[in-house]
Design a protein around this ligand. Structure first.
Ligand code: SF4
Ligand code: SF4
Length: 208
């Protein structure tokens, strides 16, 4: 089976990451404008179902991540990947995440009438599945002169020093946050070994 894997933090040209979270309507309108002005060959209202894709061997799914819970990015990525024609959206077992996926699908179908609905696949925790570990550290405990390699190595932009840098990813009613943004951490473990002061841990540190 030719399954393409896309991680939820994949960058796309709308620049919705590393900046202030954009309004849902604004994102939808931006995507709509792109669809109306550029004829993407991959965007179609194909009559084939996800099951038929499976049978043909070209079934494709977007993997948001079993513990990735940033509902704004999940909604927007679902919107874009539904337009691109994926057969399935794989997401965390969380009601708000599933709602964000469904919202993204419907936003895509509002842009392109007749667009087929992808399946929604929900990943559940299997005890100590590494996908569910979350990095943690106390930013107050970090030496002021640390060059923050943890922030640079994180592929999900899940480590932030809001009060100490210009980047602005806002959560919890726009309150700036330092340290690990748990909604975005998907437990890859990359940040743990790069900390020169051994400040970062995770529930399954010994497994990394
Ligand atoms: S484990 Fe560390 S590097 Fe990986 S997503 Fe979480 S914060 Fe980022
Ligand atoms: S690398 Fe370690 S000490 Fe430096 S900012 Fe990150 S967690 Fe703190």
């Amino acid at each position: 089976m030719a399954t393409l894997r896309f991680f939820c933090a994949t960058n796309f040209s709308l620049s919705i990451q590393n900046n202030a979270k954009l309004d849902k309507k604004c994102i939808t309108q931006k995507v709509k404008n792109i669809v109306n002005t550029v004829q993407f060959p991959s965007i179609s209202s194909s009559s084939s179902t996800p099951l038929e894709s499976l049978q043909r061997g070209n079934w494709v799914k977007l993997i948001c991540g079993a513990s990735f819970e940033d509902v704004v990015d999940i909604r927007n990525l679902t919107l874009v990947y539904t337009l691109a024609g994926v057969d399935c959206i794989d997401c965390a077992a969380d009601a708000s995440v599933v709602s964000a996926v469904n919202e993204g699908i419907e936003a895509a179908r509002d842009i392109l009438c007749g667009l087929r609905k992808p399946w929604v696949m929900i990943s559940v925790n299997d005890d100590k599945d590494l996908h569910f570990r979350k990095a943690q550290f106390d930013p107050e405990d970090c030496p002021a002169n640390c060059s923050r390699p943890c922030e640079n190595v994180c592929p999900a932009n899940a480590i932030s020093f809001q009060q100490k840098s210009a980047s602005q990813i806002l959560y919890d009613n726009d309150a700036p946050r330092d340290g690990v943004i748990t909604e975005r951490c998907y437990g890859c473990g990359r940040c743990l070994p790069v900390c020169p002061y051994d400040k970062i841990s995770s529930p399954f540190s010994s497994s990394i």
